[in-house]
Design a binder for this molecule. Structure first.
Ligand SMILES: C[S@@+](CC[C@H](N)C(=O)[O-])C[C@H]1O[C@@H](n2cnc3c(N)ncnc32)[C@H](O)[C@@H]1O
Length: 266
C-alpha cells in the first residue's frame, strides 16, 4: 500500500467517530502547529494552546493515529516533491465540505512550472542569488511545490535559490501548504488572509525560512537591489536521495545561521 493510501486509511479510521472532514482539518492543523512550534518561538504559546484544544477531542488511540498520519505524509514526500495533501483531499472527496473548492491537478501544475524554469530564471539567480515566487491563492501549495520540483529537475537547488510567499483566505489551505513546504524544506512564509483586501491574519514561517536566515537575506536583497551585481554560481541540488526510513525533512542538517555563508552576492 502506498503511503498516501495509508494516510487516507488512518484519516478514515478516526473519521468513523469524528467525520473524515473534521479529522483531515484537525490533522493539518496539529501537524502545522507541531512544525511551527519547533522553530517559531514567538508564536509558540498561543499555537500550543490551540493544539491542546484540538487534541483533547480525541481518545488516546485516536490521538496516536495523528502521529502515524504525519509519518505517512513524511514518507510519501520523501519520494519527491508533490502535492500529497491536495491529492488526499480530492481523493477523499472532501471538497464539497470546503466551499466546493478544487485544486489544480499536480501534473498540470508541473507543466506550467516547467515553462517558468528557463534561462531568464537562471539569469536572475546568477545575478541576485535567488528568485521570489508569490501565490496569492495558494490552496495546498501545488503550483509552488511544482515550481520547486521543476527547479530541482533542472539542477537548481530550490532550498537555496527560491523564496516563497503564499497566501490563502482559508486556514486549512494555509496549514496544508505550510506543512508541505516545511517538509520539502522550502524557504517560505505562508499567510492566512484575504489577498484582495490586503488583509493578513497570521504568518507561518517554514523551518527553511527561519534556519536559512531569510529575513536577513530578503532585507539585504532589498537594500542592495540598486547595487552593481556580480556573477554567482548556481548551486545544484545536492540533497541525499530520500531513504524510506529517513527522518523528517525538517530534521535535516541545519543551514548555516549566518546568511552571508549561503551566497556570494545577492
Ligand atoms: C481553486 S483553489 C486553487 C488553489 C491553488 N492555487 C491550486 O491551483 O491548486 C482557490 C483558492 O483560493 C483561495 N481564495 C479565494 N479567494 C481568496 C482571497 N480573496 N484571498 C486569498 N485566497 C483566496 C481559496 O481559499 C482557495 O484555496
Amino acid at each position: 500500500m502506498s503511503h498516501r493510501k495509508a494516510l487516507i486509511k488512518l484519516i478514515e479510521a478516526n473519521g468513523r467517530t469524528h467525520g473524515s472532514w473534521q479529522v483531515f482539518s484537525d490533522f493539518v492543523e496539529m501537524a502545522a502547529i507541531s512544525i511551527s512550534n519547533a522553530v517559531d518561538w514567538a508564536q509558540r504559546d498561543e499555537r500550543e494552546k490551540r493544539y491542546m484544544e484540538v487534541v483533547r477531542k480525541y481518545e488516546k488511540d485516536e490521538a496516536v493515529r495523528f502521529s502515524h498520519m504525519l509519518g505517512e505524509l513524511v514518507e510519501e514526500l520523501e519520494c519527491g516533491p508533490s502535492d500529497v495533501l491536495g491529492a488526499v483531499f480530492m481523493e477523499m472527496e472532501l471538497s464539497s465540505k470546503w466551499h466546493g473548492q478544487f485544486f489544480t491537478p499536480y501534473e498540470l501544475c508541473r507543466m506550467m512550472a516547467g515553462m517558468m524554469v528557463d534561462d531568464h530564471m537562471r539569469g536572475l539567480i546568477e545575478t541576485r542569488g535567488f528568485i521570489r515566487a508569490n501565490e496569492p491563492a495558494c490552496g495546498g501549495g501545488a503550483m509552488l511545490i511544482a515550481l520547486a520540483e521543476e527547479m530541482k529537475r533542472e539542477g537548481i537547488n530550490y532550498q537555496q535559490h527560491l523564496h516563497i510567499v503564499a497566501q490563502d483566505l482559508d486556514l486549512k489551505a494555509v496549514h496544508m501548504a505550510y506543512i508541505q513546504f516545511s517538509l520539502l524544506h522550502i524557504p517560505a512564509v505562508v499567510i492566512q488572509g484575504n489577498t484582495l483586501a490586503l488583509e493578513e491574519r497570521s504568518h507561518w514561517l517554514t523551518p527553511a525560512h527561519i534556519m536559512g536566515g531569510w529575513e536577513w537575506r530578503l532585507a539585504a536583497a532589498e537594500r542592495q537591489s540598486e547595487a552593481p551585481v556580480q556573477q554567482i554560481t548556481v548551486q545544484p541540488f545536492a540533497a541525499p536521495e530520500p531513504q524510506p526510513t529517513a527522518p523528517l525533512a525538517v530534521a535535516s542538517p541545519p543551514q548555516p545561521r549566518h546568511p552571508a555563508d549561503q551566497l556570494t552576492l545577492f
